[in-house]
Design a protein. Structure first.
Length: 160
């Protein structure tokens, strides 16, 4: 089932928002290029079984990508593509349907020519009321994103 597209404002009002920041030993442009490499995600994002572009190059706002993470299949529609500083998408379709809406945003800040600060935010509106489990859901997502950014660091360094 398709989910409605979201804007960046969704991050401000989503019931579940996980945000993780990590300094990486790579310039923002190098990290952005690693994010844009769909096949590379299978090497660094936990649970990623497949990641592929559904639309042809050049990729950017409006591009579609399909991922299989753990038991989920998600079609992502890119709403932000500002190389080398911001990259994000909204969920166009999620199966099984666990979320009414969702989006992910990665912000990259250069800290000189060889380092960057990466902030990865995931925002969700689950299908079920979140209420008291919001903190647990947020913690689980933050843990996954922390592992992902550590994997991204290893991937970027190994790809040189």
């Amino acid at each position: 089932m398709q989910t409605p597209p979201e804007s960046l404002a969704f991050i401000e009002h989503a019931p579940v928002v996980a945000r993780v920041t990590r300094e990486l030993p790579a310039a923002a442009a190098e990290v952005f290029d690693a994010l844009a490499d769909a096949e590379g995600w299978e090497r660094w994002f936990p649970g990623m079984r497949r990641c592929e572009w559904l639309t042809p190059e050049p990729y950017g706002v409006g591009s579609l990508r399909e991922v299989r993470v753990d038991s989920l299949r998600v079609v992502e529609r890119f709403i932000v593509w500002e190389r080398p500083h911001r990259w994000g998408f909204t969920f166009a379709d999620v199966r099984p349907r666990i979320a009414r809406a969702g989006m992910e945003l990665v912000e990259l800040d250069d800290l000189g020519s060889t380092r960057s600060l990466v902030t990865y935010t995931m925002a969700l509106r689950p299908i079920v009321p979140v209420g008291p489990v919001a903190k647990v859901a947020t913690g689980a997502l933050e843990s996954k994103l922390t592992t992902a950014l550590a994997g991204l660091e290893r991937h970027v360094v190994a790809s040189r």
